[in-house]
Write a protein that binds this ligand. Structure first.
Ligand SMILES: *Cc1c(COP(=O)(O)O)cnc(C)c1O
Length: 228
């Protein structure tokens, strides 16, 4: 299957998932995750209408942007060390993976230099998996309140990377929990916090995520093939 065929298939499945739960398909955006894949593949996807891409490694991202012969929209979705934030400055429309105050402060500092506001999501570690990044549920409210104080950041929503489980149905409770947390936090009406985006769902479970309210699905291997 070509990238074009894969994209058509994924977009069709997104549409069907929306129909199953009566959602407006324009609420769901596909983030084509191109990490480890060459710029030529991104150009191929862009040529058939995919405009939004996600990358996970700051330096790889930065190099690829320079190689790319076309203009696309970027989201950064991977774990981020503070000393790498500078590679993203002004180049990404949304950072999905903010899980601690120190990282938010550095993003704020870098975006202040270019007099712009960075859009971010707060990443949660719902499974309390020690190997994964993400803020714990118990720290969420305080983190939102602290990050909301930073003038060059705008909180747009929440992100989660639940455990990989063979049966996507088993991941459903995690997606549901992320949505529930967003609702709870919205009801707190924290000034400067908007939580309309829910980034959840990957190649093997994005349809379940859409059924549970995802607005951003991050799909890599189902579009570009498996990564080595
Ligand atoms: C790699 C990655 C994805 C995409 O995973 P696939 O299983 O290839 O769809 C999604 N989200 C994050 C955070 C990733 O690092």
């Amino acid at each position: 299957m070509s990238i074009q065929d894969n994209l058509a298939a994924i977009n069709g499945r997104i549409l069907q998932a929306c129909q199953r739960v009566d959602r407006d398909p324009t609420e769901v955006r596909l983030v084509a995750v191109s990490k480890t894949k060459p710029a030529t593949m991104i150009e191929e996807a862009a040529a058939v209408g995919q405009q939004l891409f996600g990358e996970s490694y700051a330096q790889e991202f930065s190099a690829k942007v320079d190689q790319l012969g076309t203009s696309v929209d970027w989201h950064f979705i991977g774990g981020l060390q503070t000393n790498k934030v500078k590679y993203l400055r002004g180049k990404v429309n949304l950072i999905h993976s903010v899980d601690r105050l120190s990282l938010a402060q550095e993003i704020n500092r870098q975006w202040a230099k270019i007099d712009q506001v960075a859009n971010i999501l707060i990443q949660l570690n719902l499974g309390a998996e020690s190997t994964k990044s993400g803020a714990g549920e118990a720290e969420l409210e305080q983190l939102l309140r602290q990050v909301a104080e930073l003038p060059n950041l705008h909180i747009r929503g929440l992100m989660a990377l639940p455990p990989y489980l063979d049966d996507p149905e088993e991941v459903r409770p995690y997606f549901r929990r992320l949505r529930q947390l967003a609702e709870i936090m919205k009801s707190r009406q924290i000034p400067g916090v908007e939580l309309q985006e829910l980034s959840m769902g990957m190649s093997h479970d994005f349809e379940v995520a859409i059924e549970e309210g995802a607005t951003l699905v991050r799909v890599g291997s189902a579009i570009f093939g498996t990564r080595i």
